[in-house]
Design a protein around this ligand. Structure first.
Ligand SMILES: *[C@@H]1O[C@H](CO)[C@@H](O)[C@H](O)[C@H]1NC(C)=O
Ligand SMILES: *[C@@H]1O[C@H](CO)[C@@H](O)[C@H](O)[C@H]1NC(C)=O
Ligand SMILES: *[C@@H]1O[C@H](CO)[C@@H](O)[C@H](O)[C@H]1NC(C)=O
Ligand SMILES: *[C@@H]1O[C@H](CO)[C@@H](O)[C@H](O)[C@H]1NC(C)=O
Length: 344
């Protein structure tokens, strides 16, 4: 208890003398042999995501740290009260964390003798904004003791601005494709819900028939997870120039979404056949123009073919020219075939 009062009193004096005891490797603030290093005094975070408060401490040799306790209270209060605990590493104490923070706060280093007091707060809400204070409990000269540091960390939680990331491969008609949507944040909190929607031509919300979705969570580190969802479907011309939206729903009504346009490589002939099935002026006009163009191309080819045949008869070609001519002839024939198909 003596240490606590002494620390608090002395610290307020030191604090006014601005940043004394700030070391090169972080913002270290000491009261005697009790020091805390809060490398980030002000942190900005986004709702739905998480924040890490980096923290380490040192203590007098005769003090053995047992537990770390984090509080959140008004910046104007010198010391937060027991009602304002947001994390207590001793799960067997009657000093409980506030219900709203239960299960959302974890310490990064479970071994308190490492003097690492860093914590991660998940599933952030704007109401988590405030001033966070550390207290270390332990044993000093055989007696229970504790000290609170007046240095605080200010956390400001703003609305979510980070977007989902959508990866789209090259889409080719008839080749199954998989789109991937990754949630922002890489946090270890609640698993977000990821949903896909599709807007067809005309901007009407519809759905991709025969699609399948899959959800994946990857553990990057003990406190970093990547959540993603895949959408697998068979692209066709009807998906060309349409939009697909990936929506991510975090706990606490926080959502973010990302809309991406789809570009499908498709065979033009297939679309014309699809057009034929549709009624309306546009498709009729299209078919008429295609028919006209086809006939024109046919006539040009027939004329060309006749001229070519005649000139071939006139001269006796050399060996290599013969090869070239036969190649050209096959070319013409195959193109001719395709054009016939389009008229069917
Ligand atoms: C605290 O522990 C975490 C997790 O092991 C580590 O990432 C971090 O760098 C440590 N912080 C300090 C100040 O040692
Ligand atoms: C797709 O999204 C873009 C931009 O958001 C919009 O201009 C376009 O009209 C959308 N297309 C459809 C088919 O909804
Ligand atoms: C995928 O198909 C299901 C029905 O099978 C539908 O409810 C869902 O909206 C479809 N998703 C997309 C993105 O089209
Ligand atoms: C990721 O870690 C969680 C516990 O944190 C575990 O339940 C889960 O099985 C792990 N997933 C993978 C893919 O390793």
């Amino acid at each position: 208890m003596f240490v606590l009062i002494w620390a608090t009193l002395l610290f307020s004096v030191r604090d006014s003398s601005a940043d004394t005891g700030v070391s090169a490797w972080g913002r270290q603030h000491c009261v005697g042999r009790y020091c805390v290093t809060l490398s980030e005094r002000e942190l900005t975070a986004q709702a739905g995501l998480c924040v890490v408060i980096p923290c380490s401490f040192t203590n007098a040799d005769e003090f053995t740290p047992k537990h770390i306790v984090w509080h959140k209270c008004e910046a104007s209060q010198t010391k937060c009260s027991d009602d304002e605990i947001i994390f207590h590493s001793n799960k067997n104490t009657d000093k409980k964390a506030q219900a709203g923070f239960e299960g959302r706060v974890s310490r990064l280093e479970p071994d308190v003798s490492q003097t690492n007091c860093s914590i991660i707060i998940n599933d952030l809400e704007e109401s988590d904004s405030g001033s966070y204070q550390l207290r270390v409990t332990g044993v000093r000269n055989g007696k229970q003791d504790a000290f609170s540091f007046s240095q605080r960390v200010t956390v400001s939680v703003k609305g979510l601005i980070q977007k989902a990331t959508v990866m789209i491969p090259t889409l080719t008609e008839g080749q199954q494709a998989t789109l991937t949507c990754t949630a922002p944040g890489l946090c270890s909190g609640s698993v977000p819900e990821i949903t896909w929607t599709w807007r067809g031509a005309g901007g009407t919300e519809s759905y991709i028939t025969g699609n399948s979705t899959d959800f994946k969570t990857e553990n990057l580190t003990a406190f970093r997870q990547r959540h993603s969802s895949t959408l697998t479907f068979n692209p066709s011309a009807e998906h060309h120039n349409t939009n697909v939206t990936c929506k991510i729903h975090f706990t606490g009504e926080t959502t973010t979404e990302k809309t991406s346009g789809l570009n499908v490589n498709f065979n033009v002939l297939h679309v014309l056949f699809a057009c034929k099935e549709m009624s309306g002026n546009l498709s009729v006009k299209l078919l008429v123009s295609i028919a006209a163009v086809s006939i024109l191309v046919n006539i040009i080819f027939i004329i060309y073919f006749v001229l070519f045949w005649n000139s071939r008869k006139k001269m006796k070609p050399k060996e290599e020219e013969q090869t070239y001519m036969s190649l050209q002839k096959t070319d013409v024939l195959s193109e001719y075939d395709v054009i016939c198909q389009s008229l069917n």
